[in-house]
Design a protein around this ligand. Sequence first.
Ligand SMILES: [Zn+2]
Length: 155
Amino acid sequence: MSDYILSVIPADQQWQPSRTAADRLTALATELCPRIPNGTDVRVDATWYDALTAVDPGECLESITCPLCTAAIDLQWWADLLEDNQGPTFTTLATTTPCCGGATTLDTLHFDEPCGFARFELAIWNADRESFTPTELATLAAALGHPVRQIRAHI
Ligand SMILES: [Zn+2]
């Protein structure tokens, strides 16, 4: 069985909340995310990462294009990168593109489905919703005390 994950991450890649702020975010996200009728319970996990970690859309990701030459980047290159980094954590986002050999950073690649890098993630598993509205994101940001982004994943 596959899982749908809706993740909330800080807009600033390096930012990490206090436990109290994360608890406020968890409580609000839990309130906003009903369970799927007859489905399993919604699970909300808060995770602090030691290093920058890719919050990847998984099977939702269909294409990546190069910000330098606009060529399509092989999804296998991305998958290998996540595996090589085991975690998938990164000490640096600096990279060399496989298409044109240009120097860029991973967070500037054009993902067709948003992908994020963060040191904190609130992952909401199998909720009966695909995403948060801009208004809800603003209330989540207020609970956390920091602007947030959302990443949808199917794994
Ligand atoms: Zn390129």
